[in-house]
Design a protein around this ligand. Structure first.
Ligand code: ADP
Ligand code: MG
Length: 252
């Protein structure tokens, strides 16, 4: 099977070195080493509680790390301050719960960040916002409020909102887990076309069809460690570790 997207460039865009993270006595990320190339799509899978969400959250410093280093596009992520807000906007994030601003229209949800953080002019942000809403297939919902949209539409707006910040990499943490089944594909389709267009993506998901279709690499986590990484075809047909085999036997 071939992947649909452009080949990664071989240039490291996100690098984690020796990353350790504890919550109190709980060692949640254990010596994480991970490099994601520009244009690469990495799907992260693993049992509940294995540290997938924490991994995503450390990459844009929603969670501080105890040890190690994280770089995005060659720049270390500072712990705080103005520089952090700017660098954080290089990393777009889409969560399981859509997290749209409920009292803002769909269009305002997409233009707020560019105006406030990226200092874009209002008209420019609006023009670009409408383009992005069209790209994710919700152009006709621009003047509505999030609660008036279906879950699938809200998640597509959340993707457009993240893209509006012109991120270098997009993180998706189980973006379809909270959706009714009939809405899963409309969100995965948007993600697949992003992957095809060459967006660098780190995607936590249980959607193995998406992983097979769009991923360059699958990273399997268990108990805070990266246990195995491989191209999807290899991972799904011949996982090397017992833990990965056991996990796959439960979900496939
Ligand atoms: P996953 O996304 O793979 O299900 P998480 O990264 O959410 O895993 O969680 C990894 C472990 O860290 C779990 O044991 C979870 O209970 C714990 N954990 C996550 N967030 C916190 C937190 N803010 N405080 C304490 N423990 C946490
Ligand atoms: Mg999680």
């Amino acid at each position: 099977m071939t992947t649909l997207q452009k080949a990664p460039t071989g240039e490291a865009l996100v690098t984690l070195r020796g990353v350790q993270k504890h919550f109190g006595a709980l060692h949640v990320l254990k010596d994480i080493e991970l490099t994601v190339q520009r244009g690469e799509v990495v799907v992260v899978i693993g049992p509940s509680g294995s540290g997938k969400s924490t991994l995503c959250r450390t990459i844009n410093r929603l969670e501080p790390i105890d040890e190690g280093a994280i770089e995005v596009d060659g720049q270390p992520l500072p712990q705080e301050g103005r520089e952090l807000a700017r660098l954080r906007s290089d990393v777009g994030m889409v969560f399981q719960s859509f997290n749209l601003f409920p009292h803002k229209t769909v269009l305002q949800n997409v233009t707020l960040g560019p105006v406030k953080v990226r200092r874009r002019k209002a008209e420019e942000a609006e023009r670009r916002g409408r383009e992005l809403l069209a790209r994710v297939g919700v152009a006709d919902q621009a003047e509505k409020y999030p609660a008036q949209l279906s879950g699938g539409q809200q998640q597509r707006v959340a993707i457009a909102r993240a893209l509006a910040m012109e991120p270098k990499v997009m993180l998706f943490d189980e973006p379809t887990s909270a959706l009714d089944p009939e809405m899963v594909n409309e969100v995965l389709d948007v993600m697949t076309s992003l992957a095809r267009e060459g967006m660098t993506m780190i995607v936590v998901t249980h959607e193995m069809g998406f992983a097979r279709r769009a991923a360059n690499r699958v990273v399997f986590m268990d108990a805070g460690r990266i246990v195995e990484e491989a191209p999807p075809e290899q991972f799904f047909t011949s996982p090397r570790s017992d833990r990965a085999r056991d996990f796959l036997s439960k979900i496939l």
